[in-house]
Design a protein around this ligand. Structure first.
Ligand code: TXA
Ligand code: MG
Length: 350
């Protein structure tokens, strides 16, 4: 049975924190909210516990987990050869949506790092997350709390939909405020490299440690370019809705016309059609089930709404989903990285 606990106003009571800690210390699984997406936690230093995460998620075992800490000094207990840049990034962006990859110390089991000699470390901003980590010993491995291949969970209900009955506890802390997974910066090599774009942008990272590069797999525009990403998890067809998702790029009037034409055609064939629009553009669409992902004036709201909309369309078994493009802006890189993957890189350029 899965215990479900609802947090009160962003905090979890002492009794419930102790309960979560006990489960984790005994090698169990607890899903908890973070500011990015919900995480599925296990004791990162217990190889058996880490293994359970892979089983519950149906995750390939070569895909390493991020170790979550609650005290920045704990970075030194699990990583070695820590460069100055790591301290600078930690000081600037922790607690927050930044994951740093460093060489691992022996204490971190290979089950947690997917067999790698490096370890990914993050100190989340969400108070419940930090409390759970601190109460349970300080080192919690936590991938996104979804079944592998589904969109990451940004609401407790998403976690319940995917993992109820498979894990020990789910902590409901409301909506994830950011909605996209953390930015991953790899400092284990010669050149600092962003392996996954997120709310902390390349230029924000560069303002602290100077020039960094994107892993080439992030900036590619098609699936067939043969570039293996450095973060093993980025190679899987992540964030995939059930239906066929196509992104339309171009002037918004042209996009709306093209989507309306396609939607009408498929509806006539008896298909279920979903449309991903925004508060400002939803009135342009005439057919299908139209959902606003957020407001174009608040880019944050688009990031925060993306996964929930994809899940909503799964729930109604949409055969086709047509989406506007969200390139441009500060978060464009991070949003489009997820949307393009969900679409299997199907883009109609108008
Ligand atoms: O925002 C987040 O980071 C969320 C919340 C729960 O903290 N967690 C998350 O974990 O997104 P997950 O497991 O869904 O994604 C972790 C990504 C994967 O693509 C994985 O391959 C990569 O990080 N990763 C982890 N450790 C790595 C390492 N040592 N080297 C390269 N990539 C690594
Ligand atoms: Mg994930």
């Amino acid at each position: 049975m899965t215990i479900i606990k609802k947090a009160d106003n962003g905090t979890l009571g002492e009794d419930d924190l102790k309960k979560a800690a006990k489960i984790l210390q005994r090698g169990g699984l607890v899903a908890f909210p973070t500011e990015t997406v919900y995480g599925l936690g296990a004791d990162a230093l217990n190889p058996e516990a880490a293994k359970k995460i892979y089983e519950a998620k149906g995750r390939p075992s070569d895909n390493p987990l991020i170790v979550h800490i609650a005290n920045p000094k704990h970075m030194e207990l699990i990583a070695r050869d820590i460069p100055r840049e790591a301290y600078k990034l930690a000081e600037t962006f922790w607690p927050g949506p930044l994951t740093i990859i460093l060489n691992k110390k022996e204490i971190v089991p290979y089950n947690t790092t997917g067999g790698l000699d490096t370890v990914a470390i993050r100190l989340p901003a969400n108070k419940i997350a930090r409390d759970v980590i601190a109460y349970s010993g300080g080192f919690i491995a936590a991938p996104s709390a979804n079944i592998s291949g589904r969109p990451s969970p940004t609401r407790a209900q998403h976690v319940i939909d995917d993992l109820d009955g498979k894990i020990d506890m789910i902590i409901d802390g409301g909506k994830s405020t950011l909605g996209l997974e953390s930015t991953i910066v790899d400092l284990s090599g010669d050149i600092p490299m962003i392996l996954r774009p997120g709310s902390i942008t390349k230029s924000m990272v560069e303002s602290v440690i100077g020039s960094v590069e994107y892993d080439k797999a992030i900036t590619k525009e098609t699936m067939d370019e043969n570039i293996a990403p450095k973060a093993p998890g980025m190679k899987y067809r992540h964030y995939a809705p059930e239906g066929c998702l196509v992104i339309y790029e171009g002037n918004i009037q042209d996009v709306a016309t093209a989507i309306n034409n396609k939607a009408r055609l498929y509806l006539e064939e008896g298909k279920t059609v979903g449309i991903i629009a925004t508060d400002e553009t939803k009135s342009l669409y005439k057919y299908g089930i139209i959902k606003s992902i957020g407001s174009r004036n608040e880019e944050d709201s688009i990031a925060a709404g993306l996964y929930a909309v994809l899940r909503d369309f799964d729930e109604i078994h949409a055969d086709y989903i047509f989406s506007e493009s969200f390139a441009g802006g500060n978060l464009g890189q991070a949003i489009m990285n997820r949307l393009l993957k969900a679409a299997g890189y199907r883009v109609e350029k108008l």
